[in-house]
Structures are given as C-alpha cells and as structure tokens.
Design a protein around this ligand. Sequence first.
Ligand code: GRG
Length: 295
Amino acid sequence: MSADLKSYLTQRVAFVDAALDRFVPAAETRPVTIHKAMRHSLFAGGKRLRPILCLAAAEACGGSLENALYAACAVECLHTYSLIHDDLPCMDDDDMRRGVPTCHKVYGEAMALLAGDALQALSFELVAQTPVTHRHSPAAMVLELARTAGSLHLVGGQVADLEGEGRKLPLEDLRYIHESKTAALLASSVKLGGMSADAQLDQVQALHDFGMATGLAFQIIDDILDVTQTTEKLGKSAGKDLASEKSTYPALMGLDASRDEAHRLTEKARQALEVFGPNGYWLHQMADYLLKRDY
Ligand code: GRG
C-alpha cells in the first residue's frame, strides 16, 4: 500500500470513529448494557470501508465531508448490525469478529440481537439527518438505505445464503447472494455519499455501477482470503467456508479464475468512474486497495 493511501485511510478511520462516538449514545447511557453491546461491536476495529467509500463518493461529486458524515456513519451502523446478527448461533454461529469475541459471546444472544436492532434503527435515524440538497431529499436517502437493508437485498441475500448451505450452488445463485449481501451495501454507501453532495442522476448511476462491481470483487476476494489467510490475520474464523462445504467462488471456479474475475470486475468498476475525471482519484485508489487487500 502506498504511504499516501495509508495516511488517507488512517485519517478517514479517525474521522469516522470520532463521528460515530458522537452519534452513538455513551456507554453510561441507560440502559447501560445495550449501549455497551452496541459499542463493543462498533468500536472493535472494523476497516470502515463503507463510510470511507461514502465520503470519497461525496468528494468525487464536489460535496463536503460534513454533509456526507451522517450517511457514512449510517452505513457503518447498518453493516455492524448485519455482522452482529450474522454471527449469532442461529445464523453463522461465530465466536470471533474484528479480532475480538462476537457480541453474543460477551453480552449474550438476547442483548446481541437487540444491539443489532438498535444499530439498524440508528442507521435510519442518522441518514435522515443529512442536509437536504437540490436533487435529493433526506427521505430519498432513507428510502435508498431501507431498500438495501430489506428482503430484496441484505436480508434476501442472507436467506438465500442460509438456504444454500451444504449444497453446491450454480454460479448464478452464488453471484445473487454476493450481490445482495455484500455489493448492495457498498453500492448504497457510494450512492448515499453522492446524494449528500447533490449528485446528478448520471453520477448516482455511475456510483451504483462502481459499487456493485467493486462490491462483488470485494466479496470474491473475501472468499479467497477465507481459504488463503489465517484467523489471526483476518480477525474472524478462517477456513469456515471450506469446513462447512459452502459454495464460494474459489470452490466453484478455482483460485486463479476467482482472482481473474475479481480483476475483471475491478476494471469494470474503474470504467464506471470515468464520469468523475480526476475527482474520482480516491475511489480508484479504494477499488485497487479492495482488490489487493490481504485481510
Ligand atoms: C440481515 C443478519 C442479516 C444479515 C445480512 C450483510 C449480511 C447479510 C451479513 C453480514 C455478514 C457477512 C460476512 C457479509 C459479507 C460481507 C463482508 C465480507 C463483510 C465483512 O466486511 P469487512 O471486511 O468487515 O468490511 P469490517 O469488520 O472491516 O467492517
């Protein structure tokens, strides 16, 4: 990773963390347990990719970081909720996430369920506070996030994933799961950043195309890392997909073809950025980083 990108990511993580700390009720707020549980998962050391992409998209459209901050924190809250629920025993049943014990391991299943619920609600509360722009109302932004969270995207992808367990899925079905579970939220993250910056409709469409392509590439890389990396490096259980005979890109098409596919999608994502010219610089950098990451 270049020194430039490293310092960019460090600064952006600090910026997002400080805002989340302001937006989420303090750990001492009554009822204390739920706020501790929410904060346990939220501040466990996530990479903050979705908020960083959201902020970069706002800047690519000529907007300010301040106006994009509500949406940036909203997508991180929604993402963290989905991780907490995904780790529950009734779902993926995981003990480790972001290098620390999962929310239910520390606070119990009922509290983890509620922490996820509260973070999901908070995500809508936050995005609704985005200052209105000429082309996009806060209501339109809530609609965008709600559609992504619902049964046609995140929840739908999770359902297809659960129903596909232990079976060899056709590639088309696996692609549907990855696009719904992972790519949809990345696409929403950049679209919401653009909307906070009064993006023109062709820019919103370009951000959608960028987010879907880079999101699918990101999940393919995630599948690859599950096979090639250690639990310590990933901060979550490695080798789980193989052990549970889960359909993944490497399982269906092999490691080399999966890497080629992730490269092809990243190239497609980069082409979508042409409309932004030099203002798309950090989105280009992020697409490259997501492709080359090793954790
Ligand atoms: C509604 C329960 C429920 C789930 C929705 C999105 C989702 C479906 C589940 C999340 C679990 C999961 C493993 C999704 C795949 C996306 C993915 C690779 C998440 C990890 O994202 P990173 O690497 O994680 O950005 P950090 O911890 O850095 O934020």
